[in-house]
Structure formats: structure tokens, C-alpha cells
Ligand binder design. Structure first.
Ligand code: TMP
Ligand code: ASP
Length: 235
């Protein structure tokens, strides 16, 4: 496999073509942004943490019957993935109130929700990734009925698998964001699962171990990313 030209550069990752049209290389950066790119910074070695943590979670999920884009780790910051076409929706899964949900609905951050809440955003930087519902997805043709059904089914299963795994490591999975892609007509989990895209709280102290430390200028960002990687992978 040969890494070829860059196909796309996002806020946190670069994607490269390879000599195999079915495979891409994802390169995880240390760049951090928040609030739709308004706040910019660097989290030292974040790329290494997010690459390795995502690979670890993708493997667990594959073992539990969830298809993912993950093929294998290539280096500290690079993984080989299937060349998926990303569905233009973000799926947010929430077990505890936090962040934008707390703000919108006036529920105190840290409150356990009576049931898991699934939300969708339209992936569009110009519009600031607005919240949408399933009717918007249908009306705009962002995904088919069957794709919506599979995305929801996988998202809830992923929530169960990851929440159960993490609580054994002393971590509450408060909420997280997923993206899915199409690969050879099948829906597969794509993007990343990391402290950038999840809210991880220490189960004893409720201390934040994720990107909220960067978003809210709390300090100890790098330390929190390493702490979660260590607890999750045992490394
Ligand atoms: P929110 O409370 O800001 O809506 O975020 C919910 C979850 O989604 C949280 O775990 C962080 C994650 N997230 C992303 O991964 N990317 C984003 O652009 C946003 C806004 C949130
Ligand atoms: N990554 C997103 C951005 O820069 C937002 C976030 O994670 O808070 O816009």
C-alpha cells in the first residue's frame, strides 16, 4: 500500500488517497478547534492519543458486530481505513445532560437523563452544523429510510458497548458524536471516537477528561487525554 496525494484536510485530520481505490490513510493532527472553528489551539500529541484510542474502540465495536471503516494502525498518527463516502449527518448520543443540551433545555450539566437521547446535526460548516430531525434528513435526502434505521440501531448498540466498557475503567460516557459512511452499499461507522468527540467523566469525581477542558480553558488538557488513553487501553 502506497500513500498518495491528500484528498481532504479537516480541522483535526487529513485524509490521503492510496494506490488502492478502496482504502484511505487518515492522519490525526494536534490542531484543536471549538465553536465551529472560532477557537483555535494545539493539544500536544492529541493526534497520537486520538489515533490509538479510535483504533482501540473500533476493534471492540467490530468484535461486537458493528462494521467500521477501520483496517489497521499504520503509525503513531496514521490509520488505514476503508474509502467510505461520509453521510452528511452527525449523530449525537446523550446519557447525561451537558454542553449544548444543558444550554438549550435548562437541564443542569451532570444530570442523568431518564432515557438515552439521540439527536442529529446537518454536517455543514457554513451553517454551523445545525440540529435537524429525521424529517429534515428525509426532506433533504441526506440519508435513506433504511440508512436512518441502521444508523440509529448501530448508534444505540455502540452506546451500550462503550458505556459498559468505560464504566469498568471508572469512566462515565456522558455523550458523544458519531459519523457514518457508505462503503460498497453498506453503512459503516467512520470518523473517530476520542476525547475530541466524547464527553468522558471520572465516575468518582465527575472530573472532565475530554475536550471540554480545551473548550472551557480548564487546563490539564494533555494530561486528561493521556489519562483516558491509559485507562481505556491499559497502556
Ligand atoms: P454538544 O453538547 O456541544 O452538542 O456536544 C455533544 C457531543 O458531541 C460532545 O461529546 C462533543 C461532541 N461534538 C463533536 O464531536 N463535534 C462537534 O462539532 C460538536 C459540536 C460536538
Ligand atoms: N470540533 C468542532 C469545531 O471546531 C466543535 C467542538 O468540538 O466543540 O467547530
Amino acid at each position: 500500500m502506497k500513500k498518495l496525494d491528500m484528498l481532504y484536510e479537516g480541522k483535526a485530520k487529513k485524509v490521503y488517497r492510496t494506490d488502492n481505490p478502496d482504502l484511505y490513510v487518515v492522519d490525526y493532527k494536534d490542531d484543536a478547534t471549538a465553536f465551529n472553528g472560532q477557537k483555535k489551539g494545539t493539544i500536544i500529541n492529541k493526534g497520537i492519543v486520538n489515533n490509538n484510542m479510535s483504533a482501540f474502540f473500533f476493534k471492540i465495536l467490530e468484535d461486537n458486530g458493528i462494521p467500521t471503516h477501520f483496517e489497521k494502525l499504520l503509525s503513531e498518527r496514521e490509520m488505514l481505513v476503508k474509502a467510505v463516502k461520509i453521510l452528511p449527518i452527525e449523530v449525537l448520543i446523550r446519557n447525561y445532560a451537558a454542553g449544548s443540551l444543558s444550554k438549550r433545555l435548562g437541564i443542569k450539566e451532570g444530570t442523568k437523563l431518564a432515557c438515552t437521547v439521540v439527536e442529529f446535526c446537518y454536517k455543514n460548516d457554513e451553517l454551523g452544523d445545525p440540529f435537524i430531525n429525521e424529517d429534515h434528513i428525509r426532506a433533504m435526502g441526506l440519508a435513506t429510510e433504511e440508512e436512518i434505521r441502521v444508523v440509529k440501531e448501530y448508534s444505540l448498540k455502540i452506546n451500550n458497548v462503550l458505556s459498559e466498557y468505560l464504566i469498568k475503567k471508572g469512566i462515565i460516557l456522558a455523550d458523544f458524536k458519531l459519523e457514518f459512511g457508505k462503503y460498497k452499499d453498506k453503512v459503516v461507522l467512520a470518523d473517530e471516537i476520542s476525547p475530541d468527540t466524547c464527553r468522558f467523566w471520572d465516575a468518582n469525581t465527575m472530573e472532565k477528561l475530554d475536550k471540554d477542558r480545551f473548550r472551557r480553558d480548564m487546563g490539564g488538557v494533555e494530561e486528561a487525554y493521556y489519562e483516558v488513553l491509559k485507562r481505556v487501553t491499559g497502556e
